[in-house]
Ligand binder design. Structure first.
Ligand SMILES: [Zn+2]
Length: 59
């Protein structure tokens, strides 16, 4: 499942809470929006947690 939901990149300055939109600009303040899930993450990857735990131990 793919999400195209974006969030106002300046909501901390302009809004009391995150402003979500499908547009590339905030409908309320006009600031550029950013992907609401910036970190590459596959929730369907069954080994994600295991791999992250291993990586953390190595570092
Ligand atoms: Zn905004």
């Amino acid at each position: 499942m793919k999400s195209d939901i974006r969030v106002c990149g300046a909501w901390r300055d302009h809004h009391d809470r995150p402003v979500y939109t499908l547009s590339s600009t905030c409908p309320e303040c006009g600031a550029d929006t950013e992907n609401s899930a910036p970190a590459p993450f596959n929730p369907e990857d069954p080994y994600g947690d295991y791999r992250r735990a291993r990586k953390r131990r190595v570092e």
